[in-house]
Design a protein around this ligand. Sequence first.
Ligand SMILES: C[S@@+](CC[C@H](N)C(=O)[O-])C[C@H]1O[C@@H](n2cnc3c(N)ncnc32)[C@H](O)[C@@H]1O
Length: 430
Amino acid sequence: MTPAQSLLRAATGLNLSKAVVDRAIKNRMEQTAAADAEAYLRQMTPEEMTALVELVVVPESWFYRDPQAFAAMTEFVRARLGTEPGRLLRILSIPCAGGEEPYTIAMVLTDAGIPAANFMVDAFDISPTCVARAKSGIYGRNAFRAQDLAFRDLHFTSAGDGDYRVNDSIRQQVRFKQGNLLEFDLSARTGYYDVVFCRNLLIYFDKPTTKAAIGKLRALLADDGQLFAGYAEVPSFCQHGFTPLSYNQAFGLLKDSAAPAKLPRVPHAPRVPAKAPPPPAARSIASPPSLPTTTPLPLPPLRSRAPATRQAVTPTAAPGAPPAAAADLLAAARRLADLGDVKAAEKHCRDHLAQHPESAEAYFILGLLNELTNKPKMAEDYWKRCIYLQPDHYEALCHLALLAEANNDASGAAALKARAARIYKRQQAS
Ligand SMILES: C[S@@+](CC[C@H](N)C(=O)[O-])C[C@H]1O[C@@H](n2cnc3c(N)ncnc32)[C@H](O)[C@@H]1O
């Protein structure tokens, strides 16, 4: 790891590639007229560090991203207020990126008829630019990627140039602040939050940082609260004191201490992997906690998760380019897919495949792109090709399982989930 990578890792926790860090340093050297990278690092100030961090974070988010989490949260809030009607429920969104997630929480609860006096959302992000954007409450096309945009008519006002501004009734429910999860001061907030959203952050951390971050989140969450993670992050939570909820595709978790006593096992059902805490004492929010149930394997959302780095969209690599450039093509393809630019993303995948015809990852992304454009059969073909080339591709297996479920092929879905669970278990063991 280079000194610049270590510096940024220490400041953010992010596991950044050398290419991303070098690009950010080069950019800042130009802005600050530093003679060379060493001189730039030597003259580092807190303000300059903030500017550098801005260049490596991935502030990708949109309204109603992975909507099942919001439905599960609403049920939880309703149930809580059912037993304690006067209560103020405290909700944390960290990281909040440009505010899309915390505003979605406020919109969903408002639409569910939860009185404004009964909930409050605190939202943090390490990036001051993100926090400023969130406070402004103005959003362009990219923030509105959900299929159903009825919420925009209800809770936004046109701000011209195709932009929309969140209405004040929603804005007043959310408090934004710049903050680093890893440096969160717990003294006044231990057990403070009834609900925590921490989605699509831990995927950028290494294992020790993930553990430290989960320790912070565990401390912030009330013992009887609920936490919502990104789908790929659920297994890490299971390894560090959480139990998944069996609410479909919400990726919700409870603290182990809050989970009900062990429930009977259902034979052959996919389970959380061995290194995770003992087989899930899962609880469905929709059903009474005492019902025997299994915990589903964390499954991916329909849309691709954010790209692994904030790689700028890279130009097509020249033939014979080194592997790093090929990896850039895939990172760029993921980013383009997230931005909804399916055509360009597809081109990046194909360019990558021209150099690496056996790239399972490229086929995986092509599958996602076809799913996004409502071509499930094509998506299935690509994911099958992906697992043919890489039989232990966990995400492709999860997507195929979801597709099988959508096609009412329960036994096919169960077999795929079981296979994915075995792979996950093996990967954890190694
Ligand atoms: C991909 S966004 C996730 C936003 C939102 N939770 C979602 O799922 O749509 C990741 C965000 O994490 C923020 N971030 C990175 N490291 C952080 C840290 N240590 N503490 C707080 N925020 C961080 C970045 O600035 C970026 O906005």
